[in-house]
Write a protein that binds this ligand. Sequence first.
Ligand SMILES: [Zn+2]
Length: 364
Amino acid sequence: MAVAARLFDGKAAKARDVFLTLADGQLFIHDTEGALLGDWPVSELYDENRPTRDDELNLSLDHEDARLIITDVAFIDVLRRLCPHLHKRRGGPAGWWKPYLYWGGGAVVAVIVIFTVVLPLLAWQIAYLIPTETQAQIGQETRDIFIKAIAREDGTKAEAVVCRNPAAEAVLERLVTALAAADGEENPVRKITVVKTKQANAFALPGGQLMIFSGLFDISDHPNGFSAVLAHEIAHADHNHPMRLFVTNAGVATIFSLLLGDVSGGTLLATLGQMTVGSGYSRDFEREADRSAIERMQAAGYDISPMVPLMEKLAKQTPSSGFLSFLDSHPGFDERIETLRAAGKTGGAALSDEDWTTLRGYCG
Ligand SMILES: [Zn+2]
């Protein structure tokens, strides 16, 4: 998810067009080719505009001449929420922190332990305590953000990038039902969105939402490669991984309001959702999803071996500007390919040639 902005680099007189993304408390600045120009810690941003304006941020870092002009009001809102003191310089006199070191050290350590040890452990439990409707709402907001971003990249309307194809939908639904039912549990998938874009990607969002980028159809030579990716994403949904990651990334205040079912401040939630996807899963989550994908494919009687060449292709994909690639969101490719190879060749085709042709033509 990228937001357009202008950058005065402090050297050239003219501003250049850049794209901004947010992840892990950093504002990443990319040029129009996707090259990273810089990353600014959100906590150190300073709005130079006096008086402050609703429709523009003029951001700087204390120790840099560069200025970022942001006019995307939704993004301005997100930054203001993440950093309520944008208009205040934070530099302070040198050594101001020293007294805290003496009497505050214990408290600091306690806070660090809470954030790095306790919260990730709790995330699992907390994710399950968040009301179903709230999870669904977060999933929906995140989905909408993705669709809008792709539409903006392609210079078209959001409705135009969401593919509708009843015949292909029916094939996809049958396939998802077969893969989801393989563990004998309830189908965790509530909604599937297929988006028309050259990128090959698929991911699970909170609330049982799956997103498939149509490039994945193009890059898949065999229906079973695609099916295995689908099984992997169904496994993420089944293990509630998107919500667990979301909770891990969310601040304490957000978690409390989510537990109460409060989803006001939609922009903030959407951003967090985007951060959830952008920050990527842990290798543990990937291992769990791969194991489950192998089991699901085998239980359904589908050969998983075509996923190996597909994974090798996905690993070679160059990430486009703005969006995360399949690689970024699914770490540990080499290890994963090994696991898949070890699963061997068993079972048959997940789809008939006719159904596969129908499915691949999802977006025309
Ligand atoms: Zn994954």
